[in-house]
Ligand binder design. Sequence first.
Ligand SMILES: [Mg+2]
Length: 200
Amino acid sequence: MSDKPGNPAVFLDRDGTLNIEKKYLCDPDKLVLFPEIGPALKRLSDAGYLLFIVTNQSGIGRGYYTEADMHRVNERLLTSLTPAGITFREVYFAPEHPDAESRGRKPSPAFLMDAARDHDLDLSRSYMIGDKFIDLACGWNAGVRRSILVRTGYGAEMEKRHAGELKDAWVVDTLTEAANQILSADHNHTDDIVGKSLNR
Ligand SMILES: [Mg+2]
């Protein structure tokens, strides 16, 4: 075991967060990424955040499409972002029907815990970003520093429906704004440490 502190990570929901929500998207040709995600993810990656996708894919459990269909969509998403220098460490997916038992289906924090173990993460310095309340709850259940609701996809609707339950979540319009807030929180945190050491 190394003594160095764990890596910070950003966990991202897929549909409605990285790409336009199309209800049970299963055709790579229908995948449309939000244009701002490339630069936003690159900035987070350059700042040292490891990137992960965590997606509920109940369309598989419902029999609407196959796991292979989902992998084709994921592959298209990953290769679309490769030229921008963006690499996701893992894509975690829960294929189960919502009524079926599932270890990883959000709001379960299981995949975040797996990632923490396999990639030496510090979850208390990590973030979960999504467009649904279950994404926020997943982050809270895993003990991330902050859950972030984007108003893309179902986000604006969730903000209204769950008003009063959003706790300390940040609510932002786009992934660009999420990246801005994460990076500025880092900056302020660094200032705090510098300030304390100077006062000693
Ligand atoms: Mg979503």
